[in-house]
Design a protein around this ligand. Structure first.
Ligand SMILES: [Zn+2]
Length: 322
């Protein structure tokens, strides 16, 4: 691990894994900037997917962190694509405590075929890789709360374009989003920025006197400023996120709030898997056995959970009692 990354030993969070909330006071537009360093590097290196898949999954992780950090909820936010192309699935989730994970589902044969016949992989579009499908996001706040889901077709140049499309078609809220992912000196680095204008939520300076035309101008100007942020700036670890925001939005009176940390982590457990075994039939359980045991590997973190016959029998007897 790079020693400049700055792990806080007490919390286990890294300085370069951070969420920065902000407000453009002149217009009431809110936003978040996210930097992902060790968290992203750890997740992508563990999976060891081809670089082009790492980039896509990195984008999903960066999008997950900006979208979920903008939402007010207590629970888990999930972003997941499902499609019929070489990259069949991309999934990432983040808890409101800032713990993030992600993985991809790949058709290895189809992906190899596509990469072999494409000279310059940077020319591949999103849908060349994913095929036809959709991307959905879900906010899960536990058993007794309403589950919120949004869904949009996979199309356009990038995943952030899809997400922008979703916000455009779904409601009155203006949302702009930008993400970048790159491997710099062998180290995966990601960043994201999101702007959102909620009518009536004018922040500190309530926009009492602004008409629709002025609000529209405010929004367009802020979007232009955000899109002027280069990949280098967004991913530059020597440029703090607050300095970056000031550089981009100083004329909009940018106010930054307390940073929130994020980190990589999985929530899998033996207990959760035992609960899955409980819900399936005895025949299905048998079909999962190899050499008399079930060896279940977590798709996110790679941890392996082995259940032998005696343990499986015990789990099944518990489910019979219920
Ligand atoms: Zn896991």
């Amino acid at each position: 691990m790079n020693d400049t990354v700055g792990e806080n030993v007490e919390t286990g969070f890294f300085r370069d894994d951070v969420i920065q909330p902000f407000l453009l006071e002149s217009t009431g537009i809110r936003g978040r900037v996210v930097r992902m360093g060790p968290a992203l590097d750890e997740i992508l290196k563990r999976h060891d997917y081809p670089p082009i898949v790492n980039e896509l999954l990195g984008e999903v992780l960066a999008l997950t962190s900006v979208l979920s950090s903008l939402m007010k909820f207590s629970g888990c936010f999930t972003l997941q694509s499902k499609s019929d192309g070489p990259v069949k699935m991309l999934v990432s989730d983040m808890t409101s405590a800032g713990v993030i994970r992600g993985c991809a589902g790949i058709d290895d044969v189809a992906l190899k075929e596509l990469l072999d016949k494409t000279e310059d992989h940077s020319t591949l579009s999103l849908t060349d890789l994913t095929g036809k499908g959709y991307i959905a996001f879900t906010v899960d706040q536990g058993e007794h709360m309403e589950r919120y889901q949004g869904i949009v077709e996979l199309e356009g140049e990038s995943l952030s374009e899809c997400i922008k499309g979703y916000f455009k078609q779904s409601d009155q809220i203006n949302t702009g989003v930008l993400v970048n992912v790159a491997q710099i000196d062998g180290f995966w680095q990601g960043g994201g920025m999101i702007l959102q204008y909620v009518p009536g939520d004018g922040g500190i300076n309530q926009q009492v006197d602004k008409d629709d035309e002025e609000i529209k101008e405010d929004w367009q100007r802020s979007m232009i400023l955000m899109s002027s942020c280069t990949e280098e700036e967004l991913l530059d670890r020597d440029l703090s996120v607050s300095d970056l925001l000031f550089r981009l939005f100083h004329e909009e009176q940018v106010r930054v709030y307390d940073q929130r940390p994020l980190k990589e982590g999985c929530r899998c457990s033996r207990e959760k898997l035992a609960n899955v075994i409980k819900t399936v039939s005895a025949e299905e359980v048998d079909s999962y056995k190899v050499d008399g045991v079930i060896d279940a590997k977590c798709e996110f973190c790679g941890r392996s959970y082995v259940f032998d016959d005696a343990e499986i029998a015990e789990i099944q007897s518990e489910s019979d009692q219920n």
